[in-house]
Design a protein around this ligand. Sequence first.
Ligand code: ZN
Length: 602
Amino acid sequence: MQFLQSDQLLDLLLRLRIISLQQRQFIEQQRSRQQQKLLRQAAKEGIADKNYPDLVDIIASLNLTVKSKKTGKEYAINEELMMRAVAKGKKIPFRRLDPLELDMKVATTTVSKSFASLQSVLPLKINNGMLEMAIYHPDCQPILADIEKTNQIKITPIIATRSDIRRIINEFFGFQKSIRAAENQFTSDNSSDALDIGNLERYINISGSQELTSSDQHIKKAVNHIFHYALDQRASDIHIEPKKDLSLVRFRIDGLLHTIYRLPKAVHSALVSRIKFLSRLDIAEKRRPQDGRIKIGARSGKDVEIRLSTIPVSFGEKVVMRMLDSDIIFRNIDGIGFSERDLKVYKGFMQSPHGIVLVTGPTGSGKSTTLYSTLKEIATPEKNVITVEDPVEMIHEEFNQIAVQPAIEVTFATILRNILRQDPDIIMIGEIRDKETAAHAVQAAMTGHLVFSTLHTNDAASSITRLRDLGLEPFLIASTLLGCMAQRLVKTICPNCKERFRVQSNELARLGFPVKAGKELILFRGKGCRECRGTGYKGRCGIFEVMPVSPDLKQIISTQMQSVDMKKIAIREGMTTLRQDAWQKVLRGITTWEEVLRVTAE
Ligand SMILES: [Zn+2]
């Protein structure tokens, strides 16, 4: 494996114009001195790799740059740039490794960890009967031939950076070790029915919750790893699902579920028990749904709350955990994506001494973020903020948060019946579902309180008809409602790979966007990069439809006017619809028109 140590590498880099002739001379001059320097550093950091440093490491440490002929931009001559060149020269495909795209079982069982680290190779997955294998040394064919022989499978080599290979080896083999050890521990108790789940449950019952968590380092480690890995990957939800023969761990990242691990069925119950223990749920209760919360310390140093729910499904208990990042939930109200006009109108609602403000949208449309951010902004030491929620999503010490508990008949209605005696200034009601809750909201507003709540309707105007349908007197709605707002979340374009493109307006006009036909527009999109896992999107932002109840609307509410007609009046008075607001965000390069079509129906 000499190529990455040899002058052939310099020849190749020169031929592909990655380095200039002068840079080559500079590298040759500096080579031995830089090598000694890197070796000394490695000794200090305890890196024991006999192949370190090679010429790639040496060149990367010299901080050289190359100017692109095409774009005129300067690029660092780093490991990735060089390995892409090596791949090109050797006619082997190059790939950045995404842990979500590889099969953990294949990765960790084809070769041993020490072999993988020593040779800088990593089996990725089996594709069309071929084993895809990440390699660092382009001349490691003899090693690949050996692996082909022992595993009886043909290999497709793919060049990757050594840093990628190392990172994944450490991440995956460590996790695999914890899972294996846990599995062995559970199965060695009774070898005759080694993988029997009943057996495992007995083990947990015998050892008891206390002992399970304190003694079982492997399960603890595995659960910790899952949490931290989910945070690293910006997952919003973790699913742990029992299947017939295995336990599936999936993460939701930017709205899509990815399968992360397929674990042995034997550890499923122990993982679920560990998680239930952490959230103080009843470990013995496996037949009824339960919900709870866990707080974990992220590597970044801040606490992250996790809300979880367990439910029995065909093959055991399924756990779904939602990661609640307080930075995302408690935002600055100016930063959640309001247009200038919408922000002004909405802030007007917030400053009103009393009245009702309704936020509508389906589950997952960002209503909680809006409400929590609103309350955070208006909660001062002089104000008593009370929330009634089902369940309490995120705890904030400045609010008095009350959880609805239907099991003991503590419902929205019963809490609201008593809440006014708690002398609140601002009340947040998680959701208005029935006439009684709606009536309490109206009563609170009429007696001088500011009330925020949510409804499940499609647009702002429909919330008025919904209240009417629940049985509220129209004149009460007209006299208490300050405004309604509909919202959705759109995925935002990844800033790292954002690019402009030209589009004919005819096409967009046909889809219903407000553009003149026969024009050329410049819009934005994400090309797809490592940061966004090739999706072109990273993060999300709100789109809004803010409808203040104007004097004209107040008059109309008492008539039996339909929501479409109220919407027309609101638009005449300056309201932008969800789609119009979203379209503005397309023009400003925040999101794409495909996203707008996905989340808004006209
Ligand atoms: Zn990107």
